[in-house]
Write a protein that binds this ligand. Structure first.
Ligand SMILES: [Zn+2]
Ligand SMILES: [Zn+2]
Length: 269
């Protein structure tokens, strides 16, 4: 199964020289940002629904937006460069015979890799690498694209290492990788939107799935909720906030928090 090139430019570019492939991937990622990220930013910051369902009812400053635009643009270049290096290194077997297996493996591996890396980056010794992502205490969809160059290279590079290991068993499918990246990108934007889109009933039904409230609390409080798309790793390693369900309900019902920390944390500070 080959995905069309507007979803998956990798197949088309496999035989191109590295510099041409770098340009193709950069243009592709830039187009995706304009088509998906830009409307989401307008929705998250301007629409009535979004403003009513904010997790943290604290205004975003123009300085934060400018900072995020600059950082997200650099991240886009890093993504294109790391992807090109991985493909052109020719280390992994590539072929589109195992699309679904590649997408599922990508999903599971990223849940584990991201959580482990994220915990390490929150230690005193390595936090300087992760600080860029935490400049935004109240997030916007674009916060999901703001990482330091080193952190972004570690995230994408670690993802590639997992695919390399997988390629010893089955070939890595570019279409499967593209499918996962579309999913990861879209959910990453929602996860950083600061807008609670899931009702409490949906949250209970999909109890293993993360919500915008879940990750908003990570940015507001810094220690806790380190997971990516599911809450599985946080519940396994007991890194969930005890008032998560309460804040989720408040956000969905239009009574999001007006302070970043819990009242007792403020008293202790
Ligand atoms: Zn984040
Ligand atoms: Zn973090």
């Amino acid at each position: 199964m080959n995905l069309p090139s507007w979803i998956n430019p990798i197949n088309e570019g496999l035989n191109l020289p590295a510099t041409t492939m770098l340009v193709v991937l950069t243009l592709y990622l830039a187009a995706r940002a304009l088509l998906v990220l830009a409307p989401m930013m307008v929705w998250a910051l301007r629409s009535q629904f979004a403003r009513a369902h904010r997790v943290y009812r604290i205004e975003i400053t123009p300085q934060q937006i400018r900072y995020e635009v600059r950082t997200a643009f650099v991240n886009l270049l890093v993504d294109a460069a790391v992807l090109t290096a991985m493909i052109k290194s020719n280390l992994a077997q590539i072929g589109d015979s195992h699309v679904l297996e590649t997408a599922v493996f990508s999903f599971v591996w990223m849940e584990i890799w991201f959580y482990a890396l994220h915990r390490v980056l929150h230690t005193r010794a390595f936090y300087f690498i992760h600080r860029v992502h935490h400049e935004s205490k109240v997030t916007t969809p674009m916060t999901g694209m703001t990482f330091s160059v080193v952190e972004r290279a570690l995230i994408v590079g670690g993802f590639g290492m997992g695919l390399l290991a997988m390629s010893f068993v089955v070939p890595v499918s570019p279409s499967g990788v593209a499918m996962y990246f579309m999913f990861n990108y879209t959910l990453g934007l929602f996860g950083h939107s600061n807008i609670e889109i899931y009702s409490p009933a949906v949250r209970q039904l999909l109890f293993f799935w993360t919500t915008p409230t879940h990750h908003s609390m990570h940015h507001a409080r810094v220690r806790g909720h380190y997971g990516l798309m599911t809450t599985v790793m946080d519940s396994l390693f007991r890194t969930e906030f005890s008032d998560y369900v309460h804040l989720h309900q408040q956000a969905y019902s239009g009574e999001g928090a007006t302070k970043l920390v819990k009242p007792q944390q403020r008293e202790a500070a």
